[in-house]
Ligand binder design. Structure first.
Ligand code: G3H
Length: 478
């Protein structure tokens, strides 16, 4: 879509002294504020380009589709600097992490191109069975609506958009509200690399543009990475979603379970990394820490010391903790801490939970228990709740009863004991990490979750499957 028409101002979470001397959010630019009609025009363009599977994109030979994608990556790489700068200013990712998001995304596209070549080779084989000669193929599903989250505005929007396109679907995508301006430098690359109507971007208020798209009956695949709350409310408001292919990456409350014989140094290092990278604003972040009572005091002391020395600053200073991207987040985190304090917990690190505009110092909260909101809610921010346990059954039960089921980290030094725990735990979540933090990568590993955490699997090869259907052409071989 053209970067024109009514526009909404975009500002950074970073505050700087304004004309009157008092700090104001830095203004970054404007994005189009689409209304329902313009959003539907985008969908119509995608629908025309797909044309019930007869359009030029879904019928293009795979090699040519790959050629368009290779051309796009080339153009994207040439725009690295402005995109990285905007990731830093719009969502306050440190320079190092913003660059990592960009290069990881480029690598993800290249890996997905290779995976499609493999898939295509496998589909060109013929099988002969019960007198039938058949070729089993992978075909596109139609028009995909893809929505990404603010914490990986480029990478996790592309995690659905790229496989959807490569499989021959046409796409309408909506970048996150915080992390939207960074698409401006990429629009030209999309426009020059793909035929008209194949990729379409909508921006503006989600509550204004998404309902008409959902109600049009012209969306065939719904891909959303974000909160379970938004996904559930979309499902309630648009029952049609229940009949569509959904590719969802949602919330998690990944626990660290720390056994009495855990190596404290390794455990604290991984818990700080896992809990605080990009301010804990990762679905994979460690969000609750169950520690055996015999180790609890030492763990809390060492964790608090480590958290107090985590660098805090602005994105270009390459710290761990930066200002929070969502304006309401500091208030929300403070309310979680207040709730825990009122029920008997305390903040154990110096300055933990103190605030300055959008900046929030990380806090360790201890002892947390099941009466507190921090035990249940996905904080998605730099607050580390520590829960002491007596019997291992307590954290295991918490995992079983959690509405989420993405990953967990298990810390201990007795290999036999760890081995005995793996099967029961991996049957509750989708990845058990031994003596290391939770994470999505490498991107070729399957990435998914149980219960409210996910629907479908995202990874290079799995995502290609998620955006396609197996079809076959069969003939009697008489
Ligand atoms: O926010 C959810 C992301 O999938 C986390 O990815 O573990 O690579 O930071 P990551």
């Amino acid at each position: 879509i053209p970067w024109s028409g009514p526009q909404t101002p975009v500002s950074s979470p970073i505050h700087m002294a304004g004309d009157g001397g008092s700090p104001e959010p830095v203004s970054l630019g404007h994005v189009p504020d689409l209304d329902a009609d313009r959003a539907l025009e985008c969908l119509e363009a995608a629908h025309r380009a797909y044309d019930h599977g007869r359009g030029p994109w879904p019928t293009l030979p795979v090699a040519e589709r790959l050629g368009h994608m290779e051309d796009f990556v080339h153009r994207m790489v040439a725009r690295k600097d402005p995109v990285v700068r905007l990731i830093m200013w719009e969502i306050c990712k440190s320079r190092k992490d913003a660059e990592k998001e960009f290069t990881r995304t480029v690598q993800y596209i290249r890996d997905t191109i290779d995976a499609l070549k493999d898939l295509d080779r496998a589909s060109s084989r013929f099988v002969f069975q019960e007198g039938l000669l058949a070729q089993i193929r992978r075909a596109p599903l139609g028009v995909a609506l893809c929505m990404g989250p603010f914490n990986y505005p480029l990478n996790e929007t592309f995690a659905t958009l790229i496989p959807a396109l490569l499989m021959g679907n046409t796409v309408v995508f909506k970048p996150p509200k915080h992390g939207c301006l960074l698409y401006e430098p990429l629009l030209e690359a999309f426009r020059d690399a793909f035929p008209p109507g194949v990729v379409n971007m909508v921006t503006g208020s989600g509550s204004r543009v998404i309902p008409p798209l959902m109600e049009s009956g012209k969306v065939n695949v719904f891909a959303f990475i974000g909160t379970s709350r938004v996904a559930n409310s979309l499902r309630q408001r648009h029952p049609k979603l229940n009949r569509l292919r959904c590719v969802l990456g949602l919330e998690a409350k990944n626990p660290a379970i720390i056994l009495p014989d855990a190596d404290l140094e390794v455990t604290v290092r991984e818990c700080v990394l896992g809990g605080l990278s990009f301010n804990g604003q990762r679905c994979t972040a460690l969000k609750i820490f169950f520690v055996h009572k015999s180790l609890a005091e030492r763990f809390v002391r060492d964790l608090s010391d480590a958290v107090s020395s985590v660098p805090v600053g602005l994105p270009w200073e390459d710290p761990v903790i930066t200002p929070l991207a969502e304006p309401g987040k500091p208030d929300y985190l403070a309310s979680l801490i207040d709730d825990a304090l009122a029920l008997g917990a305390r903040v154990t690190n110096d300055g933990g939970g103190s605030r300055h505009y959008s900046a929030f110092r990380p806090a360790v909260v201890y002892p947390v228990d099941a009466r507190m909101r921090l035990f249940h809610e996905e904080q998605f921010g730099p607050v580390l709740p520590v829960v002491p346990y007596e019997d291992l059954e307590e954290p295991v039960r918490a995992v079983i009863e959690s509405p989420y089921g993405q990953q967990l980290s298990l810390f201990g030094t007795d290999p036999e004991r760890m081995a005995r725990l793996i099967d029961p735990l991996v049957n509750q979540v989708c990845r058990v990490n031994l003596n290391c933090q939770c994470q999505r990568g490498p991107d070729t590993f399957p990435f998914t979750g149980r219960k409210d955490s996910a629907e479908s699997t995202l990874s290079v090869a799995d995502a290609l499957r998620a955006f396609s259907i197996r079809t076959l052409v069969a003939a009697r071989d008489d």
